[in-house]
Design a protein around this ligand. Sequence first.
Ligand code: ADP
Ligand code: TRP
Length: 325
Amino acid sequence: MADQKKRALTGLRATGNLHLGNYLGALRPGLELSQSYDCIFFIADLHALTSNRDAAAIFGQTLDQVATWLAMGLDVKKHVLFRQSDVTQVTELMWYLSCVTNLGLLEKAHAYKDAAAQGQDVNHGVFAYPVLMAADILLYEPDLVPVGKDQKQHVEMARDIAGSLNALYGDTLKLPQPMIREEVMLIPGLDGRKMSKSYNNEIPLFCDEKSLRKKLMSLKTDSTPLEEPKELDGSLVGDLYRLFGPADGYTDLKGRLAKGGMGWGHAKEELFEAVNNHVREMRERYVELRKDEAGLKATLAEGAEKARALSNPTLTRVRHAMGIR
Ligand code: ADP
Ligand code: TRP
């Protein structure tokens, strides 16, 4: 990271199999950013613990994510890819930040408020989540933090918390800018709602071809008889085809469906071809990479070393500022 590029940082929780929504909404935009920024990407396994109770699965899901980034072509020599829990500096910083964070600020957090409003059993991790996220960000002094709309409030809180610490102890922490993807790319799932693990409607990014086909064939469509004209606009098949099909493919498929005599089953078949073509090479690389656990662990170890080196100056500055010498 010797040149003058700006630094961008973002994290993705380790919470299960990655799906097409994660890919289009978070991973691919991250990869695109790595063309023009020095990027720090991490697998937020500590954040996953607020809800992921599957102790046996978290590390495997972490490795899945590493293999996915590599299969997509992230250059881990130029950028930093690491696991959150490998840099324990973050939990120390979280404490310092906790001591300058007003309870009132945390009570305003959407994630906590929603969970509490639904009468869920809210743990302290859910309540303190924004402080850990602030520590994630502030420790590495990024210029930009690219996130989806749902995370905007958390990045703003990180700025507020850094501002409180700076007001009390002098200019110690760098305030990051959120980079919000406003054009909410909301990828629909099998039932038409937002694709999400919580809705059980996801299409995995890297399942085998047969399962992918089966998933896509189960997409919700109306029951217009085969011979009748069909409208691709506004249909689930259409929404997904637009994202994965060839550039001129949408108009072509729309025209053929509108003529009648073509069933949704055929359209889904074409959708499967499009999605499968899109992910095939990446999936092949993924499958190979995922087998090499030692290699993935080595990637994480290298990332952790680079991340620790970046984190130490910030932590030392905060300790000194607050009188922990
Ligand atoms: P899930 O809803 O399946 O639990 P996460 O909340 O862990 O997914 O999502 C991680 C990131 O992936 C989010 O920050 C968001 O940017 C992106 N993402 C998830 N689902 C979608 C979707 N359906 N469309 C677009 N982006 C998505
Ligand atoms: N909270 C984010 C999410 O749920 C993940 C995350 C954790 C993150 N720490 C971060 C994102 C720091 C950006 C910066 O998607």
